[in-house]
Design a protein around this ligand. Structure first.
Ligand code: URA
Length: 240
């Protein structure tokens, strides 16, 4: 506005009887009205009533494509063992041998796990072998190069692990290694801190112990001893 225009405007106000005029101090624009939030829908039940392992397997399907792990896998490794077992072991994810055969823990780490279960049970006078327990993994497809499963892969496949555990409702769960502990307990705490003490997963006692592939490393003497201790505690709790 030019000075003359302002003058004209003021004399116009004067003619209207307006005798006072003030400048409004600039203010920041009012905050935008919050958009109405979509109403929270209840999460679909993760474990349908009367869920079964067969149903879960069917829901996964023969050619699951829910995450990138499908790209290089050969076989989906669902789980194996006694489907009514009071004890479930949860590992991280299939390795090369498991991917080839579709069965969890059959490679080197798996053979050690079998020895640990069978050997501890025998020594402790508990008449079970590996076939009496149920074994599965957090992710059902092999992560390439045996890398750790990524959070989104664990989340997608975690729904099936959740359902497996809910369907079996074991007396106790054993989380083998940090990935299983993280998936089941949602904690970043390491195995060293968690192991040896009872945790709980949805009211079910859970023991974290070292992953057998960690025990295959040459410098893990202490961890080996500790994992035998954990296993003894676990087997006595479940089978005594
Ligand atoms: N390591 C795992 O965590 N799971 C398997 O099935 C085999 C090796």
């Amino acid at each position: 506005m030019t000075r003359d225009e302002i003058r004209a405007q003021l004399s116009y106000y004067q003619d209207l009887g307006v005798t006072e005029i003030y400048r409004r101090t600039p203010t920041s624009p009012p905050p935008p009205m919050p958009k109405p939030k979509p109403k929270a829908e209840p999460l679909p039940s993760l474990a349908p009533v009367g869920d079964t392992l067969i149903q879960i397997l069917q829901d996964i399907g023969d050619d699951c494509r829910r995450c990138r792990l499908c790209e290089q896998r050969n076989k989906i490794v669902f789980g194996s063992g006694n489907e009514q077992s009071p004890l479930v072991f949860v590992g991280e994810g299939p390795g090369a041998d498991e991917d080839e055969q579709g069965v969890p823990f059959i490679g080197r780490a798996g053979q050690l796990l079998t020895k640990m279960i069978d050997g501890t049970a025998l020594k402790e006078g508990i008449s079970i072998t590996r076939n009496d327990v149920y074994i599965c993994n957090v992710v059902k497809c092999r992560p390439p190069e045996n890398r750790a499963p990524q959070p989104d892969e664990m989340e997608v496949c975690g729904q099936f692990l959740f359902r497996q555990l809910m369907a079996i409702k074991p007396k106790a769960i054993c989380a083998l290694g940090g990935t299983a502990a993280k998936a089941l307990l949602g904690t970043k705490e390491g195995v060293t801190k968690l192991r040896g003490n009872w945790q709980t997963w949805h009211g079910i006692p859970l023991m974290v112990t070292y992953h057998p592939s960690y025990l295959l490393r040459p410098y893990s003497a202490d961890a080996k001893r500790e994992s035998w201790e954990d296993l003894k505690k676990l087997l006595h709790f479940v089978y005594d």
